[in-house]
Design a protein around this ligand. Structure first.
Ligand SMILES: C[S@@+](CC[C@H](N)C(=O)[O-])C[C@H]1O[C@@H](n2cnc3c(N)ncnc32)[C@H](O)[C@@H]1O
Length: 272
């Protein structure tokens, strides 16, 4: 099979993409879990907001701030960003009602519904035809010189999840895995190539540990970035994402998070 070619994509988000991939349901599920787990999630949300503000202060100019994965708004310091920047754009495939409502309180904040992988229309077609999965170079905001800050917020590990499920019956597992890796790599490259300042916050692995006794060691750990290497993080913490009995009656589920308030600078010290 010929190697897929590099394609430039822009903002195209067929509404049936969101529905076909169940992204609206996934967003409602996260919102529901947030309501049940507000207390255990608090330290993670506060640390994420702090990293976003640290990166905002590192930006040389304060025209436009773009936040990817911001559609639920739990981890976005909206009022502070709105004060600091001329405009703030909250990008996600799905924005919660609360996000729309809160955004409407600030005249310089807008919600942009977009797929940050740029794959939407290609995947719908690929599932129908079994065509090779494309290699994409995203051009979202590429010609917009006024973007002084781009932050990817707890989104990276999610990029390949819904597409993998969507393509399960039409494409072989090896091709899907390679595609998931590609989505992650191209998002990281995109952040590196932004003209303004960029930052990354992402979970890198998940582990389970017995809920009792407190502080029991993890029993299993699963990497979630498909072997894509990252440089050493500026900060790292654990996010108690699903305390027992949320996803297991006796075990807590923990996401291990890495944060890069200056993504380009962190890449300069990537080993090897
Ligand atoms: C785990 S949530 C991030 C945490 C979220 N910021 C919060 O406030 O809880 C992942 C977000 O990424 C969004 N997302 C997943 N795939 C996406 C894609 N291809 N393009 C844009 N957003 C995407 C989801 O809709 C969701 O809002």
């Amino acid at each position: 099979m010929p190697a897929p070619s590099l394609i430039q994509t822009h903002l195209s988000l067929p509404v049936d993409f969101v529905r076909a991939m169940d992204l609206d349901k996934a967003s409602l599920d996260v919102e529901a879990r947030y309501k049940r787990c507000a207390v255990p999630w608090k330290p993670h949300l506060e640390r994420t907001r702090a990293v976003i503000m640290r990166s905002a202060h590192l930006a040389k100019n304060r025209r436009k701030a773009v936040l990817f994965g911001a559609g639920l708004l739990h981890d976005i310091p909206l009022a502070e960003l709105s004060d600091l920047f001329q405009t703030v754009v909250l990008v996600d495939v799905v924005h919660s009602r609360s996000c729309h409502l809160q955004a409407s309180l600030f005249p310089n904040v807008s919600c942009l519904q977009a797929d940050v992988t740029g794959t939407a229309s290609f995947l719908i077609r690929a599932r129908k035809t079994g065509a090779p999965l494309p290699r994409l170079e995203l051009d979202l905001f590429k010609d917009d010189e006024s973007v002084d800050l781009t932050v990817s917020v707890n989104l990276l590990s999610q990029l390949g999840c819904a597409p993998a499920e969507f393509l399960r019956t039409s494409h072989p597992p090896g091709e899907i895995r390679a595609f998931q890796r590609h989505l992650i790599e191209s998002h990281l490259t995109y952040l590196r190539q932004r003209s303004g300042h960029s930052a990354l916050i992402t979970d890198v692995a998940w582990s389970r540990r017995p809920a009792q006794p407190p502080q029991a060691p993890p029993t299993e750990r699963r990497e979630v970035l498909h072997q894509v290497p990252l440089p050493p993080p500026a900060e790292a913490w654990d996010w108690l994402i699903a305390p027992a009995p949320e996803s297991d009656p006796h075990q807590d589920l923990i996401a291990h998070v890495a944060a890069y308030p200056d993504w380009k600078e962190s890449n300069r010290i990537l080993p090897g």
